[in-house]
Design a protein around this ligand. Structure first.
Ligand code: SF4
Length: 326
């Protein structure tokens, strides 16, 4: 990013909808604001229009501007203009550690370590190693800083019993919360299954539609059967299957699972407007269905060498077969 020129306040004049109103696509302004703050945590150097458009393509630009202006007036974010491109960027306003009032020197050391960890957070043990404080003192300091609402602890999906600490005003990174597919540290497997099936159905319908048109050959039919992840995200959002603000990145994680299952294929292209690549997807038509023998679990069984008529691993009590037959 080009070196920024900081400007004090630059509001964009747009009509502001009521904060309680549905901001479009079933999302409230509060949810969109929350996602914006999360994005600013992911991009500490600032977010611009392009990042917002990619992450929340279904949210009206007026709503985004109204939320950003409100965050500015609440002094939660800073705005600056890039020196070369003149693009506007918004970033989280953080209280400099050195200016904190009522915080003693040991607390400042801990705050600085936590601040450096950003929105990915840092474990208690790592803070102890970096600060060289003993566990009892550190626990007291962490408790005091939490009480002053300067830091917060967040449970990580990667290790539910371990908490990571981060600055109070940061939204945890996706690697901590697990992203949209986790709720209270639980993986939303049913929702993922529904979206997986829905994405596949949308691509099947697109492929069938492409075949119906009197086009000029198989290559054109093939090209007409692709949909970009942004288009699929828009269709799924319109169906209102999910209650949160679905991002293109969320949909790409679902589409990736279909690619790994061999049901669809991915290609990339440019949208003609930006430098970035756009991911597009289409269903894969199998010329021949695979023979039954290659689909049985024994073909990929990790314990096949131990399997027999005696011993702990036997076909008659095989869990892989039970799952496969189900
Ligand atoms: S029967 Fe079950 S345990 Fe034995 S090889 Fe097949 S899949 Fe593996």
């Amino acid at each position: 990013m080009a070196s920024p020129v900081v400007i004090k306040k630059e509001k964009v004049d747009e009509p502001r909808p009521s904060p309680s109103a549905d901001a479009g696509e079933g999302q409230t302004e509060a949810e969109i604001e929350c996602r914006m703050i999360e994005l600013m945590g992911e991009f500490p150097k600032g977010i611009n229009d392009k990042i917002l458009e990619t992450d929340m393509p279904n949210v009206d630009k007026k709503v985004k501007v109204a939320i950003l202006n409100r965050l500015l007036s609440q002094e939660k974010v800073n705005i600056f203009r890039a020196a070369v491109t003149k693009e506007l960027f918004w970033c989280l306003k953080q209280q400099p550690t050195s200016k904190l009032k009522g915080v003693d020197s040991e607390e400042k050391i801990v705050m600085r370590i936590i601040e450096e960890a950003g929105n990915k957070g840092i474990w208690n043990r790592d803070i102890r190693t970096k600060s060289s404080l003993n566990q009892t003192t550190l626990n007291k300091i962490l408790k005091a800083l939490e009480g002053k609402k300067l830091i917060k602890s967040v449970s990580s999906v990667s290790a539910a019993k371990k908490k990571v600490y981060m600055l109070f005003n940061l939204q945890p990174d996706r690697s901590v919360t697990g992203g949209s597919w986790y709720s209270d540290n639980e993986f939303e497997s049913e929702l993922v299954d529904v979206l997986n099936q829905q994405c596949y159905r949308i691509l099947q319908q697109k492929a069938e539609g492409a075949k119906q048109k009197p086009l000029e050959g198989p290559l054109i039919v093939r090209n007409a059967s692709f949909l970009s992840s942004k288009e699929i995200c828009q269709i799924i959002s319109d169906l209102k299957i999910v209650k949160f603000n679905l991002t293109v990145e969320d949909i790409e994680t679902i589409l990736d699972t279909l690619v790994y299952d061999g049901k669809i294929e991915m290609s990339s292209t440019t949208d003609g407007y930006s430098d970035g690549q756009v991911k597009t997807y289409r269903t894969v038509e199998k010329i021949l269905s695979s023979a039954g023998i290659v689909r049985i679990p024994c073909g990929v069984c990790p314990v096949i060498k131990m399997c027999g008529t005696v011993g702990a691993v036997q076909p008659k009590n095989c869990v892989y077969y039970d799952q496969w037959l189900d």
